[in-house]
Design a protein. Sequence first.
Length: 402
Amino acid sequence: MAEKFDAIVIGAGMAGSAAAWQLSRDGKRVVLIEQFEIGHVRGSSHGESRIFRFAYPQQEYAKFAMQSKPQWLELERDSGKKLLHSIGGLDFADDAECFGEVEQIATALRTNGAACEELDAKEIRRRYPQWNIPDSTIGVFSPDGGWIEATNAVRAMVEQVARRGGTVKENEPVARIRVTEDEALVKTTRGEYAAGKLIIAAGAWVKGLLDKTMFSFKSLRDDPDQHMQKLFRFVQSPLKVTQEQPVYFAPIRNAESFGPERFPIWIHYRKPHFTYGFPMGARGCVKAAFHHDGPVIDPTQPERTPNPDATRRLKEYLQKYLPDAAGEVVEEVTCLYTTTPNHHFVIDLVPGFPNVAIASPCSGHGFKFATGIGRALADLVQFGRTDMEISLNRWFARQAAA
Ligand SMILES: Cc1cc2nc3c(=O)[nH]c(=O)nc-3n(C[C@H](O)[C@H](O)[C@H](O)COP(=O)(O)OP(=O)(O)OC[C@H]3O[C@@H](n4cnc5c(N)ncnc54)[C@H](O)[C@@H]3O)c2cc1C
């Protein structure tokens, strides 16, 4: 006999935890099901930090980040934990090919009413002498940039679900999903759960999960074949899973200049993708990483071995641009990106099922929106719409319009 809930959420990474948190704040009885332990390191949501920024070249993401910030503050109030550290962010480029993105960031911030300052190389060096940048550099400083404590945020959301009477299942992989327009039935290795609403937030495992379970989807109202085709196209779509690698370095000298009060989070726009980093944290290290740099991997294989070549190239980057920071390698972290071809997210209702949403909000930049993504998912399955700015991310709606 299936245990009954108002909503089932599959996956306790940032997206699933946030959806479960928002649904439980709405007074819904939720079960959140995770295949590993909460806070595990095999997916995308673990670690000390993720960049938070309004600073995006696309106005839609700037607005969505601005909508997500008050939700982060709600989570801090709810949990009594400091999770978002707003210290400012510097986005810059020294290659003319990337100036357009930096200029678009300033436009997107201004259009949305967010504060920003445009800086030339001289001013960047005056404020942040840690940077060894050429005279051609242009940049934008946004005081709203900063970082989020990633694993701590996931844990905080999960704890708040439990505090509100929700059920959290760990080490319980979902094996089967059956859905009608009224009810979702989810079978795991340990139990069976039924609810009116279902949110699937399985990260890098989403295609495998749907591939195994999608043939159990049946719409009672509309033509099931048409919907199945759209879902099938999603499962077949080229979602790419890669292993990425931030690295922690101990500064060689002037370590105090890399503290958060003197050194904002940063994104260096370059080709083919940007490089980014964080100020020194409690362990006395700066963290840096290349965006969209790692090899394609199968998320079901358990190995997550760091790649020494990525570390070597990152150190060379620091030696060139942040020479005082280019010290000993203290830790190499592995983490998965699940990337769509256009680098937007998937946050949408499954066609034909107003009670089922799928979230694949990674593409390497989803964390900052977690609380907003949770709000959007909770809204979609309850009301069929949301005020969150997810117009770039309604995957099925955009396919239908194309
Ligand atoms: C190195 C790195 C750096 C990043 N930096 C930033 C940044 O600075 N700023 C930013 O905004 N974003 C950043 N991101 C992106 C951000 O971390 C991701 O967008 C986000 O974590 C994705 O969360 P998710 O919930 O979609 O996936 P996940 O965290 O992978 O969660 C999915 C969960 O579903 C579970 N699951 C899967 N299948 C099943 C099943 N069958 N049954 C039960 N559970 C299942 C998985 O175990 C997993 O816990 C970064 C990502 C990485 C990897």
